[in-house]
Design a protein around this ligand. Structure first.
Ligand code: SF4
Length: 394
C-alpha cells in the first residue's frame, strides 16, 4: 500500500514554513496501518499511489485546475472548504502526528542551500526556518469558539470544548509545544489546560492567538508566569472593543512588563475608507501606550481582497510594512518610516509609493495625520496614560 500526501501550501506558497497537522496525522495513521507514506512535492505522480491526500489551509494557495476529489484522491482543509471543511474520521483526527513527515524535504532543502552557498553558509541559521517542523509537538487541546466573528473560518461550533488530551500529540523528545486552539480561554477547563502545560516545564505557545476579552487577574497571573514561547499574541479586531481592550491592557500590565505582547489589528474588513485607516491608527496608538506591538492583518476571504480595491491600497501596504516589522515599528514613527523609504528611493525627483500614500492621505485628512503620523513607540509608552498601573523601569 502506497500513500501520497500533498501539503498544498508547502508547494504553492514560497515562504510557507509551518507543518500541516492533518498531513502529519494522516501520515501517522497510514504508517501505523503498514503503508509506505511519501510527502509529495508536486502533482505529477498520483498514479503511483493507492491513495493520495491533498490538504491546504489557505484559500489563495494555488492548486492545479484539474484537481478534483475521486475515489483515491482526497481533498481537505479550510483552504478548499473554508468554514465548511469536513472533519477527519476520529481514528485519524486523534492519531499521534508523524512529526517525521517533512524530514526528507528539510534535508533536501539544506543540501540545496549548501550547494548554492559554498562560502558563508551558516547551516544552523538556515535550519532555523524549519524549527516549527523540528522542535514542536503540535495539536489542539480544545476546539471551537463561541464568538462567530464574521471574518473567521471558525463558524462550526458555538462553544469551546476539550478536543485532544496532551498525550495524544505530545512528543517528549521535542523541546516545545505549539497549540492551535481557536479560543482556549473560552473553555471551562482552561485552568487545567494551563496547569498541565506549565507542569511540563517546557515552552509553549498558542499560535492562533489568545482572546484578551476573556482575560482576568487569575488568567493573567498564570499565563504570564508560565514558560511561554515567543510573543503572546492577542487580537484587537474591532474598534468597538476599544474600552474593553483598554481595561484588559491594564490587567495585562499588572502581571508583566514584557515587550513580547502582540495584537493582531484587523483592517479592511468593516470598510476600506479613511475611517478604517483612522481606526487602525487609533488601535495602534492604544497598543503603543501599553508597550504592545501590532500586527496589521489585512482582511481577505477566499474570493475577495477588499483593501486591494481601495483608493488607500498603498496606505494599507505602507501601514502593514511599518506596523509588522517590530524592529522598525519600535524605532520610527509612521512618518519617519515613509521618509526612510523615500531616502532609499532610486528614481530621484519622484516620490516612493510609501511617501506618496502618506502625503496624499495627509493632504485629504490632515487631522488624522496630525494625530497619529508622528507617534513613536519608544516615546509614547513613556508618557502613556496607563503608566500608573504598571511599572517598567527605563
Ligand atoms: S474569537 Fe477568534 S477564533 Fe473565535 S470566531 Fe473570533 S476570530 Fe475566530
Amino acid at each position: 500500500m502506497r500513500v501520497g500526501i500533498v501539503d498544498a501550501d508547502l508547494i504553492g506558497r514560497d515562504k510557507h514554513r509551518f507543518p500541516n497537522l492533518v498531513c502529519e496525522k494522516l501520515s501517522g495513521y497510514w504508517k501505523q496501518q503498514g503503508a509506505e507514506v511519501d510527502l509529495l512535492l508536486d502533482y505529477d505522480h498520483f498514479d503511483e499511489y493507492d491513495e493520495v491526500y491533498i490538504a491546504k489551509v489557505f484559500t489563495d494557495t494555488p492548486v492545479p485546475e484539474w484537481l478534483k476529489e475521486t475515489e483515491h484522491i482526497h481533498i481537505g482543509g479550510t483552504g478548499f472548504y473554508f468554514d465548511k471543511a469536513p472533519n477527519l474520521p476520529d481514528a485519524i483526527e486523534h492519531h499521534m502526528p508523524d512529526y517525521n513527515l517533512y524530514n526528507e524535504w528539510i534535508e533536501s532543502e539544506v543540501e540545496k542551500a549548501k550547494a548554492r552557498n559554498t562560502e558563508d553558509f551558516n547551516e544552523k541559521r538556515f535550519r532555523d526556518q524549519f524549527k516549527e517542523y523540528t522542535d514542536y509537538s503540535i495539536g489542539f487541546m480544545t476546539r471551537g469558539c463561541f464568538r462567530k466573528c464574521p471574518f473567521c473560518v471558525n463558524q462550526k461550533y458555538d462553544h469551546v470544548f476539550m478536543h485532544s488530551p496532551l498525550e495524544e500529540f505530545y512528543d517528549k523528545s521535542r523541546k516545545k509545544i505549539c497549540l492551535l486552539d481557536d479560543n482556549f480561554l473560552g473553555c471551562p477547563n482552561w485552568k487545567n489546560i494551563l496547569n498541565q502545560l506549565i507542569s511540563l516545564d517546557r515552552p509553549f505557545k498558542f499560535k492562533q492567538g489568545i482572546d484578551e476579552r476573556l482575560l482576568t487577574d487569575e488568567k493573567c497571573k498564570r499565563l504570564f508566569s508560565a514558560k511561554y514561547d515567543g510573543d503572546y499574541t492577542f487580537a484587537f479586531d474591532n474598534i468597538s472593543d476599544y474600552d474593553l481592550i483598554h481595561k484588559r491592557l491594564r490587567i495585562i500590565r499588572k502581571y508583566t512588563s514584557a515587550i513580547n505582547i502582540k495584537f493582531y489589528v484587523l483592517v479592511g474588513f468593516e470598510s476600506t475608507d479613511a475611517t478604517d485607516i483612522e481606526n487602525a491608527f487609533k488601535r495602534i496608538e492604544l497598543l503603543m501606550r501599553f508597550k504592545c506591538i501590532p500586527y496589521v492583518m489585512r482582511y481577505q476571504n477566499k474570493n475577495y481582497t477588499p483593501w486591494k480595491e481601495s483608493e488607500f491600497r498603498a496606505m494599507y501596504v505602507t501601514l502593514a510594512r511599518w506596523g509588522n516589522q517590530p524592529s522598525i515599528f519600535k524605532k520610527m514613527s509612521f512618518r519617519q518610516f515613509c521618509l526612510a523609504n523615500q531616502h532609499l528611493h532610486k528614481t530621484k525627483g519622484t516620490l516612493c509609493s510609501s511617501m506618496r500614500a502618506m502625503t496624499e492621505f495627509e493632504r485629504k485628512y490632515p487631522k488624522i495625520a496630525k494625530k497619529y503620523f508622528d507617534l513613536r513607540f519608544e516615546d509614547h509608552y513613556l508618557t502613556n496614560k496607563g503608566a500608573d498601573v504598571w511599572n517598567i523601569k527605563n
